[in-house]
Design a protein around this ligand. Sequence first.
Ligand code: PFF
Length: 515
Amino acid sequence: MEKAKSTFGSKLGFILAAAGSAIGLGNIWRFPYLVGRYGGGAFVLVYLLSVLLLGSVVMVAEMYIGRRAKSNIVESYGKANKWLKWLGLLGVIVPFVISTYYAVIGGWASGYAVEYIINPVLIKNPEGFFGSFISSPIAIVFFILFLFATLLIVCGGIQKGIEKASKFMMPALFLLLLVVIVYVMCLPGKGEGHTVVDGLKFYMGQFDFAKLGWDGVLAAMGQSFYSLSLGMGVMVSYGSYTGKDTNLGKSALTVCALDTLVALLAGFAIFPGMFATGASLETIKNAAGPGLLFDAMAKVFSNMGSGAGNIVGFMFFTFVIFAALTSLISLVEVVSQYTLEKYNWSRTKATCVFGGIIGLIGLFVCIGMGWREYSIFGFSLLDYFDMVTNQILMPIIAFAGCLTVGYVIKPKNVYKELAEMGSSFKGQKLWMALTMSVTPVLLMVVWVMGLVDNFKPEAFGASYGWVVGGAAVLMVIAFVWNLLLENTKFQTWKQNKKLASEAAVEEYTEEESNN
Ligand code: PFF
């Protein structure tokens, strides 16, 4: 049975696994779009600042919280203060919820990669393909396969599963992306206004602060946060598996740099590709989310023609698969680690039980996206889950994580512990200063402004209340859970009940054997 003592086999393994979690769909389908929309270079500048002031600071804080406890996220927060376990519990609930839709999208990407090899229709007639694909049972089959592959890797454990998979998939992901970019850069284009250079100009050529605006600043902060997998258990969990002498500052900065690099590079494949294959400006401007990946990009490959289009399309979607798979692994690991440590289950049992539940809920998400479209509170299940976690809960967890390090554990103890772990790093005083002031303040500003914006009639209006309500329910569940975990009377009652049922089983077995 695996215990918390397992660690990554090497520092590189840890960095690749954490970068694998960070590099995901967010880098591919949101970042390039935000750059195009919010003034190109101006957005990139604010994004970089946000990665440094917000992302990297929270990342070190989360890795440290896990590193010092060497345990799952609930115990990690519990070690700082037993009344902070609710934060850890939220940190288990959030990845659990995100996994359900992330696996669905990973399944679509897998389906597309295969379709490029076996189905000539996708290249010949991409119009409407996505709609019919997600409405067909094939989407469900690929969702199940994708989830199954994830569970298999997580069952393999930290070194033999997650680390090994990341060490293969991360370099492969870079390579695939580079090949696609090189191919796109060589496209001849379709006349004036439709060349690779026009794409580059649209993506990076502008430096327009007027287009950026306050909205763009908020979007940059929110994006840095989601993209770096912060505000949930992932970095705490992966941090708990680090060996002695891991330099947390350097590791976090490397992960941030790799994540930002892939986000920037993705745009170099997407925009020049769309321009050079003749996409309309309207399509290009609105290219985000599933529409970008599965519709707009499919048209790009289709315009490359059979043969080349099939190969480049296959490579692009394999890149998406690797990005999504390494992220989903990290989400499932958080939930698995908690259960296997808390209930003393084997890794396989913990992963399969929760994987099964994720699969069941994911099935509803999958069906709701196409086959039998339905909505809750006016949102698709996917959007609803995404908003509750991404917009409401993740910033709260990250905010509380900063305060936990700065004000509960306190700087003096943090420095002492870092030195004992061999994890001290240059600039840790600056990190601590940011953790205790600028970063949590920024986080709260983003959170409140986002909330205010979303309640506006031109956004979601009053129906956004259902999103806030959903998040509030999850928070109450976590609070009550924490209360019960720490209530001695409840725990004694539970213990007695367990002993009584064990005694009853023993008695029964004795009687059986006497008969
Ligand atoms: N960072 C991932 C992305 O950019 O797509 C998304 C994500 C993965 C968020 C894992 C959170 C997480 F724990």
